[in-house]
Design a protein around this ligand. Structure first.
Ligand SMILES: *[C@@H]1O[C@H](CO)[C@@H](O)[C@H](O)[C@H]1NC(C)=O
Ligand SMILES: *[C@@H]1O[C@H](CO)[C@@H](O)[C@H](O)[C@H]1NC(C)=O
Ligand SMILES: *[C@@H]1O[C@H](CO)[C@@H](O)[C@H](O)[C@H]1NC(C)=O
Length: 448
């Protein structure tokens, strides 16, 4: 008798010995679990498990990074997480070499970017080879686009050895100063991009390792609470904590380099209105839609530490928030740049979801709400002062609302790229959970 049958047998026994009301629930739960586990058992050979990467927060930059091993011998990198980044790239500087690296030839079918063909005079190594498929090395904290190479090498991710994956690399020693890595956490020597592109890791893993084309992202509040998580090819085992909205495609590229007609590969959502405790902010609602040139709308970004709002949205947000805070006898103090509204912490109560301030809600197309409580809306700038953690994007920003990293912390996000849906939890603290809570995800470790 195999495990499936044993368990089935026991469930019947339970059903018989329990009181009627409990038995029904318990039986339903057990049979659901059973059918799931028996199902997965019969598909064991073709099915691979989702891949989980831990996320750390860099307190200096308020950016997030994850450890990844590359090449032979294995080089360990912390790569900065860029939700809107098109590729995975790392620094193959003068000290770097790998015997398992294969540059992709310009004429190869696997070369379909717009970065041309690269060559190099030096001795062969990653970042120095001839007739190699170029890679655009993008770092949103610089104004330059650096040239790099596209190559194939082995990746080590959370105990898994993954082959046949393409990434970009560039030799930072070839550029003056720290230009290539400018603005990234000190520990980080590259970027892992999760955008809607062929070269993003989740897309490559869906074609080479048959993982479902989706990923979950849960950024940690601080490293004291344990790491956050990216789960490639999977999501939470508690989907009832999520609500779902449509991911929309901005038909105009928002990238620093693109071909004419390319849509944006970043993740946009359709916010219809913004309110504080149910009272809508008063601004031109057209700012929330994407116009005929691709301007406006709302996107999600891990490369902006705080949410950036069009001036015409920030102004009423600050005004209404300050008013509602004063109704609660919260004392306003001088502002601390880049924030506009700051308060005396000693006049604010503490709750499970952070400082007890008016909640800010984004109302989405499906009439679901993304709620920001104090833990995501207020940032401590010193031990006495907390500020509303939204910053001014000016009067003519490309995108009206850019939801930034601080607002995403301890919020679980699931990007389903097949159905083009985003599911999100709002603050996990509300449920007494964090990104590192063991019961959010319970996957076995995948071995290739
Ligand atoms: C990556 O960051 C962690 C801290 O989160 C650090 O302990 C580790 O040494 C870093 N690894 C590399 C290769 O820089
Ligand atoms: C890098 O490694 C390759 C393969 O092991 C070797 O052929 C090459 O000479 C090395 N390059 C340098 C610059 O050491
Ligand atoms: C690239 O080609 C040039 C010209 O043939 C040659 O001098 C150079 O050594 C080659 N580079 C590598 C990395 O093999």
């Amino acid at each position: 008798m195999n495990l499936c049958n044993i368990a089935e047998h026991q469930s019947i026994k339970h059903k018989l010995t329990m009181s009627p009301s409990t038995s029904i629930h318990f039986f339903l739960l057990l049979t659901t679990l059973l059918s799931l586990s028996c199902l997965s058992q019969s598909h064991k050979i073709s099915q691979v498990n989702p891949i989980t990467l831990p996320i750390a927060k860099d307190p200096k930059t308020n950016l997030f990074y994850t450890p990844i091993g590359i090449g032979t011998p294995q080089h360990n990198f912390n790569l900065t997480i860029d939700l809107g980044g098109p590729i995975l790239w790392y620094d193959c500087n003068n000290n770097y070499n790998s015997s398992t690296y294969n540059p992709v030839h310009c004429d190869s079918k696997r070369c379909n970017g717009n970065a041309g063909c690269t060559g190099c005079n030096g001795p062969f190594k990653p970042g120095c080879s001839n007739d190699t498929c170029g890679a655009n090395i993008l770092n949103p904290f610089t104004d330059s686009i650096f040239s790099g190479d596209t190559g194939d090498d082995v990746l080590f991710v959370s105990g898994n050895t993954l082959s046949d994956l393409l990434s970009g690399c560039t030799n930072s020693d070839g550029f003056s100063g720290d230009e290539v890595l400018k603005g990234l956490p000190e520990e980080s020597k590259g970027i892992i991009g999760f955008a809607r592109t062929d070269l993003a890791l989740q897309t490559q893993l869906s074609s080479t390792h048959k993982l479902p084309r989706k990923f979950s992202l849960c950024l940690p509040t601080s490293n004291n609470n344990g790491p956050g998580k990216v789960v490639i090819g999977g999501g939470t085992t508690q989907p009832t904590i999520l609500v779902t909205t449509t991911l929309i495609v901005n038909p105009f590229s928002t990238a620093p380099i693109f071909s004419e007609g390319d849509p944006s590969y970043e993740y946009f959502i359709d916010v219809k209105s913004i309110n504080i405790e149910g009272n809508d902010l008063n601004f031109k609602s057209s700012l929330l839609s994407i116009d005929s040139k691709g301007n406006g709308g709302t996107k999600i970004s891990t490369m902006n530490p705080f949410t950036i709002l069009h001036s015409s949205i920030l102004k009423p947000l600050v005004r209404d928030f300050v008013k509602k805070a004063s109704d609660r006898k919260i004392k306003k103090v001088a502002s601390v740049a880049p924030f506009e509204a700051c308060f005396d912490v000693s006049t604010i109560d503490m709750t499970v979801t952070g400082l007890n301030v008016p909640t800010i809600e984004l109302v989405l197309k499906e009439v679901v709400q993304w709620t920001f409580y104090g833990g995501n809306s207020m940032v401590l700038v010193n031990k006495n002062v907390a500020c509303l953690a939204f910053v001014d994007g000016g009067k003519e920003p490309r995108t009206s609302v850019i939801i930034g990293g601080y607002q995403l912390e301890d919020n679980l996000l699931e990007f389903d790229l097949v159905s083009s849906k985003l599911s999100f939890s709002s603050s996990l603290h509300r449920l007494k959970l964090t990104c590192s809570s063991g019961d959010l995800f319970s996957y076995p470790v995948y071995k290739a």
